[in-house]
Design a protein. Sequence first.
Lengths: 94, 472
Amino acid sequence: MDIEIELIRKLETLALLKLSEEEENNIINDIKKILDFFNTIQKAQLSDVEPLFHPIKSTHLRPDEVKNGLTKEEALANASSVEGGYIRGPRTGE
Amino acid sequence: MVKIGLEVHVHLNTLNTKLFCSCSSNYEDKEPNTNVCPVCLGLPGALPVVNERALTMAVMVATALHMEISHILSFSRKHYFYPDMSKNYQITQYDGPGSTAIAYNGWIEINGKKIRIRRINIEEDPAKSIYPTGSILTSKYTLLDYNRSGIGLLEIVTEPDLENPKEARQFMEVLRSILEHLDVTNFELEGAMRADCNVSVEGGERVEVKNVGSPKDAEAAIAYEIARQNAALRSGVKIRRETRHWDSIRKVTVPLRSKETEEDYRYFPDPDLPPYYIPHETIDKIIKSMPELPESRIDRLIKQYGLDEYQAQVLVYQKQLADFFEEAAKEYKQYKRLANVIINEVQRRLNEREIELKNSKLSTEHLIKVLAMEDNGSISVKTMKDLIPKIIDGIDPEQYVIQNNLLIITDVTALENVINSVISKNIEVVRKAKQDPKVVDFLVGMVMKEVKKRANPKQVYELIQSKLREIS
Ligand SMILES: [Zn+2]
């Protein structure tokens, strides 16, 4: 698969990131390397193997019982900007 | 031909906890960001664990909608970047490799027609966004409250089988009734039910209308959208595929900015949530424990109380009315009459006031008193109807009737006095009445007006007739 600059730009848009030209070139090379690994894996003969999506067979469920979570101070501790108890995020309107 | 499909989101707000963490699902009236934990804040390393009652509820809803239930419970990540979703993906279900929705291929019957349901997804709600200026367009930033983040939702998706706005409304009403009977959703809580409506008219592409908050709004939004699309086509404008937003205040749809297409969400099975194999016995046990559903309740109301199908449907599709009816029917045995008064008079007055039965002061005791007074001839039909808004406000009808002189005058002497006074003032009319029986009705009307309709018109007619015979 060819990794073109258009694909990187599209991913930037989707991820709301703006990369410099240098970063874009680095990423193109990184993604090429990653895909090469997968191409090697793709060569394995797996026609009689069931696809595996998770190493754990089956998980467990949780009873519907309330437990205390974080305090307000703990919850807001990692937010870079806070206003009146709310976390401040970027604008979303155009 | 119009094609309408719905994606209905309902809150599993009768759960005690959120979908993947043990925070309370009751987020109303709480200080922002005080009902959170590492899981629903999306902190790195926090591990989600599925609420077992969420599965129970999904299985019940799927059964009620006649669906095939998956034997694996699996979750996928849907990626998008928005401030209300701090981990940059929503945990939902997806029909793809290694993942499946909880249920497929169901239906709801509306007026004898089957509306097919494609699938149900279990998913989490994002955080609540507050716009400081009140508008998404003019706000320079977004304020976020994660109290709601992680609340369990069901996304119920229909095939495009609905053909007009009224059918869409009825579909949502029936669905709402099913969810109420299963006690899955409390519809008194804000945002309990939201729908995205897909509408396409002949010759145009599919338009999605988001943010529709009630069955009534669905009817209005779809009607607006059909009219808008047809008007555009008539003037030669093409209908492109787009997403619009329902403005419930102005009652119009407005365009939204284009969002990612399906493949851009980059779905994949969530590595944090291994699949859960649902044992057959678990599904059997859930199905056996299910409460009475609207379909069987309608049948029961017809058999047990002799209601007709229309009455039973109207009551059951608004569960509060059916509950109220059955409560009153313990004491008041003229069931059809009781149903009629609830459906016609009570419902109309509640609608006028825009309040729900549950939030009014209406008691079965007061309604029965009103009906009994009309039954034994103490009040007129008109007074009975006039009393309904009073008892909705919690006023005792018996006291009200006495205080406001609303009891019917059956005393002959009292009525004769009124008749004599009317006759003496209308000698000319009386003369005509002797030749023309139609004019007698006019005199009856005068008397009824004089007693403010608090008399039996038949009795008044007979009294006037005998009076006329006396005069001649
Ligand atoms: Zn939590």
